[in-house]
Structure formats: structure tokens, C-alpha cells
Design a protein around this ligand. Structure first.
Ligand code: GLA
Length: 383
């Protein structure tokens, strides 16, 4: 995206010069469905971004346009809707409403949203809109909020206003991502460690181009099953507040006492937490064989125990296995469609992209989109 094109478009619409804020989407390398269990995740921000151009208005209106989403919206700042309207502008409105709830000043604003993160691909397009909008709205009133707090505020907007009970991963990495690195994030303390991704590797993100309907409902059911698991473990060990606190030993000791489905979900989460920690160490030590094994185990566990994969994701994961330069791959994000993430040696990346798309077309009958990515910096203002 060229910033000056967005500026020009904004000037044509609103007759004034904007500031521009950018927030990236993400891929998660490992640690899936662990964030809402207070566990560990290891995402990286990627170059797909949402840009929000903003300028103050003399009235008390919030005017929201987009280059690619339909409709344009106008709200009275003193009578903002209290819950979702069902349109894409909910991500902006939700952030405005949470800022207001927290006692921050809001003034009249014109916003133009330009989104490059593919929608519905599980690359966190919504978190990117939230974070870029938050920074844009904050800038008009010189509101200073540390970025990790901005992430929490955006998560709250999505939980309470939009009504999706997501964890903190997407908003956090969109705020705090660092070029060339993944973030090993402790979703309880929000402490994180930057894990360098070797320059010899590319992140190859393969979009299955499907998104099955059950995604939202199933996400909430999985969360409830995890909470049920945590509640039961707490009766056996009062130190357990979330599945994060369940050790592998405790899991083994009580697995047979859990309802079978809850047991499967807990097995995934407890082991996936450990895999995220192990993968961070292996990547730091350059032990790519181990990273590959852990990613493979993660995928199998999401498929068999957590049951959030689908045939298209499984085909895409299998299609990668013996391609030259392949280090490791798995489904990424919430599941039921969306993308796989693959670590691929740089010199093979383009050929890998071509060949995996051919295989996927042959086996799934769908033309995939394949993105060659690198880890990028988190959100900020464009100069
Ligand atoms: C979605 C949510 C995240 C996380 C993942 C699964 O992307 O937004 O908070 O729970 O699913 O790891």
C-alpha cells in the first residue's frame, strides 16, 4: 500500500490531511487454543496490514469509510450503539466504546480504513482493524496508553462489543510484533520473549480458501470445555486456576477421571503449552528438525484431540511434507479453514509455493492462495 494514495483518497473524501496508523495481521507458529487457557503462544506479525487514516472533525461525529468494505457509517459520539450492529465498522465502534468506558476522551473523527489482511483467512484481520483504529482515535486526543494495554483494550472491544470471546494473542502480536522474530507470549502475565526466526527461513502461509460455518460456535464450545476441565482439575489440585496450571503429571494422573471429550481438549491444551515452550527453545538453538516435529505434533493434536481442523487444512498440511526445503507446518489460527503456516528454506520458498498450490488443486479441487511472508514489526504511525 502506498501511504500517499491513502492520503489522497482521504483528502478527496474529507478535504483535509490525515495521519495514518498501521496494524499487522499475524500467523501463529505454535501454541494454538492455549491463549484463553492462560497458556503460551508463539505468533509473528506479518506484512498484511490494516491502515487507518484519521483526522479530527469540528462536530461530535464518528465517520467511518473503507476502501474495500461496503457501506460508510456515521455515528453521534454521544449516542454510540451499545452493542454490535453486525457491520464491519463494529471493530472500530467497539474500540471507541471501550476507550470511552475507560474514561478516555473521544472527539469527532473521520476515518478511512484500508485493509490488506485477507478476510476470513484466520490471519487476524479483525485484530488489525481494532488496533489501527485504537491508535488512530487515541492520537486525536493525545491519549497515551502503552501498547500491551492497547492490545487488552482491543481484546475487550471484541469480547464485549463484537461478542467474540477471543483470547489475547492476535491483538497482542499486532501491537508488539518485531521484524525477524516470533513472540513467545505468556498469556497470563503478558511477559514475552522475542524468538529470532533464522533469516534462511520464510514463512509460507497457504490459504485453503475455505471457512466453515461452525467456526464461532465451535470456538465458544471449546472454551467452555476447557473451563470445565480447569474446574475439575481445581477440585483435585486447588492451585489450578486455568489449564495453564495443569502439569503433564497431573494430566496423566486424572485423565481417566475426566469426561472423555473434556479429557481430549485438556490433553491438547496441556501438551500444546509444552510444545510452544519447547519450540521456542528449539528455534533459538537452531534445532529445526525438532521445530518441525513439534509443529507436526501440534497439527495432529488439533485434528484428533481438539477437533478444529478440517479436510482442506489436513490436505494442505500433508501436501507440504515431502516438498524440498520444508521444515515444518501446521494449521494456524482458530481452525475450520483458513491457513496453514509453513517454515520453508528461503531458496526453496517460491518453488514450494507453486508445488503446494498444484497439489492442493489436484486433491481439494480448490485454487489456494499462497503468501511468502516474513515476520514484521507491530503497529505504529506511518511517517
Ligand atoms: C483465534 C483467536 C485467538 C486464539 C486462536 C486459537 O485466532 O482470536 O485468540 O484463541 O483463535 O489459538
Amino acid at each position: 500500500m502506498k501511504a500517499h494514495e491513502l492520503t489522497k483518497h482521504f483528502e478527496r473524501l474529507f478535504g483535509t490531511r490525515p495521519k495514518i496508523f498501521r496494524a499487522p495481521g499475524r500467523v501463529n507458529l505454535i501454541g494454538e487454543h492455549t491463549d484463553y487457557n492462560d497458556g503460551f503462544v508463539m505468533p509473528a506479525a506479518v506484512a498484511f496490514s490494516t491502515y487507518v487514516a484519521v483526522a479530527p472533525r469540528p462536530d461530535r461525529k464518528l465517520v467511518i469509510h473503507s476502501e474495500e468494505f461496503p457501506g460508510s457509517f456515521e455515528f453521534d459520539l454521544d449516542r454510540l450503539p451499545e452493542r454490535r450492529t453486525g457491520a464491519w465498522c463494529d471493530y472500530v465502534l467497539g474500540v471507541a466504546s471501550v476507550l470511552r468506558q475507560d474514561g478516555h476522551k473521544l472527539s469527532g473523527a473521520s476515518l478511512l480504513v484500508h485493509g490488506e489482511v485477507p478476510i476470513g483467512a484466520g490471519l487476524s484481520s479483525s485484530a488489525a482493524v481494532e488496533v489501527a483504529s485504537a491508535l488512530a482515535l487515541m492520537s486525536l486526543n493525545d491519549t497515551q496508553i502503552p501498547l500491551p494495554e492497547v492490545a487488552k483494550l482491543c481484546q475487550r472491544a471484541e469480547n464485549t462489543f463484537v461478542g467474540a470471546k477471543v483470547g489475547i494473542m492476535d491483538q497482542f502480536v499486532s501491537c508488539m510484533g518485531k521484524a525477524g522474530h516470533a513472540l513467545l507470549l505468556d498469556c497470563r502475565s503478558l511477559e514475552f520473549q522475542l524468538v529470532p526466526i533464522p533469516a534462511s527461513l520464510r514463512l509460507v502461509v497457504c490459504n485453503t480458501m475455505v471457512k466453515h460455518d461452525l467456526a464461532t460456535g465451535a470456538y465458544n464450545t471449546r472454551r467452555a470445555e476447557c473451563e470445565e476441565g480447569a474446574r475439575l482439575f481445581a477440585t483435585w489440585d486447588p492451585a489450578v486456576r486455568a489449564l495453564r496450571d495443569v502439569s503433564l503429571e497431573l494430566l496423566d494422573q486424572y485423565l481417566d477421571d475426566l469426561p472423555p471429550l473434556v479429557g481430549k481438549r485438556c490433553s491438547h491444551v496441556v501438551r500444546e503449552n509444552q510444545r510452544a515452550l519447547d519450540a521456542a527453545l528449539a528455534l533459538t538453538e537452531g534445532n529445526l528438525l525438532r521445530v518441525g516435529t513439534l509443529m507436526r505434533d501440534s497439527h495432529n493434536s488439533l485434528r484428533d484431540l481438539y477437533e478444529v481442523s478440517c479436510s482442506e487444512l489436513d490436505i494442505m498440511v500433508e501436501a507440504a511434507q515431502d516438498l524440498p526445503g520444508f521444515v515444518g507446518g501446521r494449521m494456524t489460527g482458530g481452525g475450520f479453514g483458513g491457513c496453514t503456516v509453513n517454515l520453508v528454506r528461503e531458496e526453496h520458498a517460491e518453488d514450494f509455493a507453486k508445488r503446494i498450490a498444484e497439489r492442493y488443486l489436484q486433491q481439494a479441487g480448490i485454487t489456494a492462495q499462497v503468501y511468502l511472508c516474513a515476520a514484521e514489526d507491530g503497529a505504529g504511525e506511518l511517517n
